[in-house]
Design a protein around this ligand. Structure first.
Ligand code: PEP
Ligand code: MG
Length: 563
């Protein structure tokens, strides 16, 4: 059987599935008055068990992920909830029923408030209920433990569930609910685990122990596929792993072309939890720290201290290599419910990233303080996202300067912008005079140039890395920066695309920043290319009139490595 869904984190996986089903239906029964005391004791024991489970989970998590768990630890102590449960016990209901009734009531009250922030917290309360009921029933919170490499199947995977798993045994995730920007999808991407979400009818189609082929690149899933499909995918996964191992073993080699042009190869990360794998895969710096993940893991704005600790950890781990902190890029498809931003007709064209930060200097300054303080412990750079006008850049720099002088910091780090709005690309010459570097955000630059939503499959034929208009814009941006003596990186997906790399190299890109798992292959590819040949190719590409014409220029050596 074949199922379709939305690819949330690229990659292939083949293996047995573990289905995380909901807990069994809670038994409702009346108890005798002399049994109430025993039920109270069972509750105390279950809460203790949940308490140690949560504390153990918390101790294993990076600081910025701990907020999810802390919210649940607070419920353990909540006197109101305990007295609600006790009322049901005194009415003669068994403890499972009492817990269920009391927490459901609590959740309903939260949902009635029609407040997005509280609705999100209601999810935490439901997660907490599952834990307590599981403890009362003698099950683990999910009812399942993973003991062998498996593909996880679930209706939805709350972040607390994913981060509690031994991810080294998780070959992939598939969920019935959720979208590509759900927390689970973001965590899967950061961990480099293939994932698909929004798979209709998933739980009705799969049983524990079924074999699944997951192709998150083509957004297809086969349940118990014919042998030939399974075998061919097993071979592909094995070959991918083999190539990665070889490429990883070369992680300390320079990223240099056959004719000695050296470029920077850096990682895109979402927080300290990604630092180890980025280093292990050979990143020589961080070209993009997506700081918004830290904001999305919580139900409130992270404090300066929480941010400082996370940023410092990353700066220290990479020093003396650099870490580029992108200031908060929220909005568009990345919502922060607790900020209660108004609904917009066109969120990608709306109140997001730097636009929001300039409008909320309180929030912006807190982040800048945390970054600047962390900068004292490593080699950092700061970059502003979604800059459309010089005026915005100047305002952002003024706030940064003010924050630095309040902290007594005299020597500012390098300051750059993401060039991801066509207006900034067109005005790159003027911007280059006022920054230290550019990082091309191809993900957004392509969607705004082509007027094609980056997440809309129906217009994906327009959303192409090798579109001549995109290559010409990239060329303009690089030339403008180099004319002003500044360097240019790229941190959109295009930088890690083997088909695009020869052209970017030829156009003179100085830094390639990408998802960790793309790094080894990119290094190998660049080491096998000649810069002067790539320069010739990119000249030809700029004059092409279609993607197909550019594709025809892709060197044979690249094709060999892509297949
Ligand atoms: C981009 O737009 O290319 C980019 C790297 O930023 P994000 O994908 O986070 O919008
Ligand atoms: Mg972007």
């Amino acid at each position: 059987m074949k199922l379709n869904g939305i690819g949330a984190a690229k990659g292939l996986a083949v293996g047995p599935v573990v289905v995380l089903r909901e807990l069994p239906v809670v038994e409702h029964k009346y108890i005798e008055p002399n049994e109430i005391q025993n039920e109270r004791k069972r509750l105390v024991k279950a809460l203790e068990c949940v308490g140690s489970e949560l504390m153990e989970l918390k101790s294993r998590l990076a600081l910025e992920l701990q907020g999810i768990i802390k919210a649940q630890i607070l419920f353990l102590e909540d006197p109101e909830l305990k007295s609600e449960i006790d009322i049901y016990l005194s009415q003669g209901k068994n403890v499972e029923w009492a817990v269920e009734a009391a927490i459901d009531e609590y959740v309903q009250a939260m949902m009635l408030l029609k407040n997005d922030y509280l609705k999100e917290r209601a999810e935490d309360v439901k997660d907490f209920k599952r834990r307590v009921l599981a403890a009362l029933m003698g099950l683990s919170a999910s009812g399942v433990r993973i003991t062998q490499p498996s593909i996880l199947i679930a209706k939805d995977l709350p972040p607390s569930e994913i981060i509690g798993l031994d991810v080294s045994l998780v070959l992939g995730f598939i969920t019935e609910q959720g979208g590509p920007t759900s927390h689970s999808a973001i965590i899967a991407r950061a961990a480099g685990i293939p994932a698909m979400v929004g798979v209709i009818n998933l739980l009705n189609s799969i049983e524990n122990g079924d074999i699944v082929v997951l192709n998150a690149n083509s957004e297809e899933i086969w349940v118990n596929p014919p042998n030939n499909i399974r075998i061919s995918y097993e071979a592909k996964v094995e070959e991918n792993n083999r190539q990665l191992l070889i490429a990883k073993s070369k992680k300390d080699l320079k990223t240099v072309t056959l004719d000695d042009r050296e470029v920077e190869l850096a990682a895109n990360i979402g927080g300290p939890q990604d630092a180890a794998s980025a280093l292990e895969w050979g990143a020589k710096g961080v070209g993009l720290f997506r700081t918004e993940l830290l904001y999305m893991q919580k139900n409130e704005l992270p404090s300066e201290e929480v941010q400082y600790t996370a940023y410092k950890e990353v700066a220290e781990r990479f020093a003396p290599d650099y870490v580029i902190f992108r200031t908060l890029d929220i909005g568009g498809d990345k919502a922060l419910p607790y900020l209660q931003m108004p609904l917009e007709d066109n969120p990608f064209l709306g109140y997001r990233a730097l636009r929001l930060c300039l409008d909320r200097p309180d929030l912006f300054k807190t982040q800048l303080r945390a970054i600047l303080r962390a900068g004292q412990h490593g080699n950092i750079k700061i970059m502003f996202p979604m800059v459309a006008t010089l005026n915005e850049l100047r305002q952002a720099k003024a706030i940064l300067n003010e924050t630095a002088s309040q902290l007594g910091i005299v020597k500012l780090p390098e300051i750059g912008i993401m060039v991801e709005i066509p207006s900034a690309a067109v005005m790159a010459g003027a911007f280059a005079k006022e920054v230290d570097f550019f990082s091309i955000g191809s993900n957004d630059l392509i969607q705004y140039t082509m007027a094609a939503d980056r997440g809309n499959k129906s217009v994906s034929y327009l959303y192409q890395h090798l579109e001549p208009s995109v290559l010409n814009l990239v060329d303009m941006i690089i030339k403008a920066a180099h004319n002003a003596g500044k360097w240019v990186g790229m941190c959109g997906e295009m930088a890690g695309d083997p088909e695009a790399i020869p052209f970017l190299l030829g156009l003179g890109l100085d830094e390639f920043s990408m998802g960790t798992s793309a790094i080894p292959k990119a290094r190998e590819l660049i080491r096998s290319l000649s810069y002067s040949e790539c320069q010739e190719l990119s000249k030809l590409a700029l004059a092409c009139s279609s993607v197909a014409e550019v594709q025809a220029l892709i060197p044979g050596i690249v094709r060999g490595q892509i297949s």
